[in-house]
Design a protein around this ligand. Structure first.
Ligand SMILES: C[S@@+](CC[C@H](N)C(=O)[O-])C[C@H]1O[C@@H](n2cnc3c(N)ncnc32)[C@H](O)[C@@H]1O
Length: 210
């Protein structure tokens, strides 16, 4: 019997090298219950959190955005195999496609968990959460919608906190400048689970769309 070769998953994809055209799906046709609140997991990776959220919250629809094709193909196969109809995944560079994918005020929640840190100063422009992305979040989130952010990298958190705390469209539900508590019952992403196992510090923040 021949061996099934696993396709290599690249560690990082430079978003500036992502050249595929993304045709925004008609979300009303994608989900059997299109009127349910819509959540997005940006940079969903292997989809662990997306799948857990979709199972825990069947009265919501869930979209994962991911730039690595192999992960998207695997997740799409998993959704089809398991008959999961309240979740979908889109292969895209979220920085380039977020506005086109989601109508203004259409999202109940957006999660960005452990975005690639791009440590070197000359690579900071590749970071997912930048001023343009924060403005796109402000447009797409419905009033009261939540932006849920986590990183293990303190310097990344500092930049995001600085931008969100002064952004006129957002308020911090935990009080000005306050991090979000680690809810004991929360669902874990793949990366959060790994960081907790290693004892790493995790920086958790949340902001609500005014
Ligand atoms: C460190 S992983 C974290 C995965 C997952 N959120 C977790 O917490 O386990 C960051 C993910 O974001 C994806 N990513 C990075 N830049 C992206 C972009 N511009 N658009 C979409 N996905 C992106 C990466 O391919 C990777 O899967």
């Amino acid at each position: 019997m021949g061996k099934t070769r696993q396709r290599r998953v690249r560690q990082h994809v430079n978003p500036f090298h992502f050249v595929r055209e993304v045709v925004p799906p008609d979300w009303r046709a994608v989900f059997p219950r299109p009127d349910q609140p819509l959540e997005v997991d940006v940079g969903c990776g292997n989809g662990e959190y997306l799948l857990a959220r979709a199972a825990a919250l069947p009265d919501r629809n869930h979209v994962g955005l991911e730039i690595r094709p192999v992960l998207v193909e695997r997740l799409q196969a998993r959704l089809a195999r398991d008959g999961i109809t309240n979740a979908a995944v889109v292969l895209c560079n979220a920085n380039a496609s977020f506005d086109a994918l989601f109508a203004p005020g259409s999202l109940a929640r957006v999660a960005v968990h452990f975005p690639d840190p791009w440590f070197k100063a000359r690579h900071h422009k590749r970071r997912l959460v930048n001023p343009a992305f924060v403005d796109a979040l402000a447009r797409a989130l419905a009033p009261g919608g939540l932006f849920d952010f986590m990183t293990d990298f303190a310097a990344y958190a500092e930049g995001v906190v600085a931008a969100l705390e002064v952004h006129p469209a957002f308020e911090n539900p935990h009080g000005p400048g306050a991090p979000a508590p680690a809810e004991p019952e929360r669902l874990l992403s793949h990366r959060e689970r790994a960081h907790l196992a290693k004892g790493d510090a995790v920086h958790r923040w949340a902001w609500r769309r005014r």
